[in-house]
Design a binder for this molecule. Sequence first.
Ligand code: ADP
Ligand code: FRU
Length: 288
Amino acid sequence: MSRILCTGIATLDIINQVDHYPAEDEELRALAQAVRRGGNAANTACVLGQFGHQVDLLTTLGDDSAGETIRQDLQAHGVATERIVTLRAGRTPTSYITLNRANGSRTIVHYRDLPELQADDFPISDVARYDWFHFEGRNIDQMEIVLRRLNRQRIDQPVSVEIEKSRPGIERLYRYPDILLFSHAFAAEQGYTCADALFDALRQQGVSAILVCSWGEQGAFACDPRDQRHHSPAFVPAQVIDTLGAGDTFNAGLIQALLDGRPLEAALGAACELAGRKVGQSGFTNLL
Ligand code: ADP
Ligand code: FRU
């Protein structure tokens, strides 16, 4: 069992399952609806909790019923909520998701007006209590302050940063962590057609971290500090049911396998296997 601090966002996901993706201005009836906790850091924390780790989530929530629903859900998944910062100046983030039952695709509309974490919210004086720090790459100015402080303060605990979306200045974060976890959506936004091209560019820029990039049905790719490349195919379930949070689950699987002492290539395979199980079921519970 390890102590892990996950920092990032928690959302209330309002998920409508439909039998096809609607055209603009179409009206259709959902087959089912679910309202549940979401958010990359929160999802990753809940999956890590299933491995028996002691996980703390550091995020902001509004002082509202959505915030309370999320808090209760996290606790039910064994994730500690004491670090959560509750704010009156905005509402708990919500995401409106159309989940297409025909192929498992998820289309997301976000609403955000809640302020994000400030660097001083990070429990820098408690750093020694943790075995791993995982961050969602967002809120760049404040996060850079945290990562700089953490690198001065930490003993030898690994730091991972997820780079999921292009955000102004996000590349400033590349120099701090041991592991960078890229999404294929980010790679594509940057104009790369494969993970190796992204890795080549990052190495040319002098980025020395372990690089990982998940790529949907193509599985996932990694590049170790000596520039050795690895690939794991995806583990495709009999039916793809729900791809929402596949990347968050993959990240949890990778952290778990590395904490377990597995080499990068094996960790990549374990993460794909876990993510494959996730896309074959609805939600995140009972993944193991
Ligand atoms: P994100 O959720 O960030 O878009 P990906 O689509 O890259 O992330 O998915 C993360 C991981 O989940 C992939 O590396 C793969 O292992 C698994 N995965 C995603 N989609 C599928 C799929 N259709 N079938 C099997 N595995 C999948
Ligand atoms: C899935 C997810 C959802 C949430 C959105 C936030 O990766 O975390 O649960 O609505 O992404 O960006």
